[in-house]
Design a protein around this ligand. Structure first.
Ligand SMILES: [Zn+2]
Length: 59
């Protein structure tokens, strides 16, 4: 449950325990490595799908 305490600012990629980034003041959020990885995999999957449908569909 320690990951709920640790937060990260996506603006400057800085880890903090505050809800607001001390550097830029932007609202921080809890890091989600699994979600990020899933999103990346989905992006690659979509690219492969698009690439496969490219020559067949034309558009
Ligand atoms: Zn920041």
């Amino acid at each position: 449950m320690t990951e709920s305490i640790l937060r990260v600012c996506r603006a400057c990629d800085r880890y903090t325990m505050k809800s607001a980034c001390p550097a830029c003041g932007a609202p921080t959020r809890t890091p989600h490595p699994a979600r990020y990885d899933a999103s990346d995999r989905y992006g690659e999957y979509r690219r492969r799908l698009l690439e496969a449908a490219g020559p067949a569909g034309g558009r």
